[in-house]
Design a protein around this ligand. Sequence first.
Ligand code: ADP
Ligand code: MG
Length: 229
Amino acid sequence: MNIAEVLKNKIEAGQNVLTEFESKELLEEIGIKIPAQNLTKTKDETIAAAEKIGFPVVLKLMAEDVVHKSDTGAVKLNIKNKEEVGSAYDDLMKIESQSEKQISVQKMADEPITELIIGMTTDAQFGPALMFGIGGILVELLEDVSFRIAPITEYDAKEMIHEIKGFPILDGYRGKPKADINAIVDTLLKISDLVVKNEEIFEMDLNPVFIYENGLLCVDARIILKKKE
Ligand code: ADP
Ligand code: MG
């Protein structure tokens, strides 16, 4: 995949939002781990993909106008067999959308130590800024996030992680295993490098990223491109 070319073609086609599937494909290309994923259309294709990936799987509706997927019922978690794939598929096809519908079949990821949020926004004055936080209630309620202007160094990435209030959750709080901090540092550096090299990227939202004792998995992502001038 030539990332610069993919982004340029998207903008030319007037599509400035990449689907979750496309966003994660791009992240995988820069070395960020994602659950195995397959894009399908028909029910038979969807069942075949689920069997190939191996149960349990997750089915999600990919359509340009469905953005907050869980709000509209577009995420079906922990599907354990062929029959469940069939009924989840039928439910997803009932969701209202004006766009072309596809299904992302993906491996159901193991439960993480915690969910993380990694993002990037473009500041009118300073350009690309990276964001890091712990997912769920901590981010939404306490606004417990850290920011740095890109490009960042390894030292900056470590500071971003350590300065949030929720850091103890990553550091073996209450007997939980310690999260793989190096994997988070590595991911922040990869995102920094990506956005510095590709000015077409306006916004990125990796939400959530599942963090483990060893490694991490980005289970949802959205990339927004700058509009064609
Ligand atoms: P939304 O568009 O609503 O943000 P997500 O793709 O983030 O939808 O899915 C909603 C939630 O479902 C996630 O926050 C995560 O907890 C869970 N989830 C999504 N994909 C997976 C997966 N592949 N494995 C395990 N859990 C998942
Ligand atoms: Mg999400």
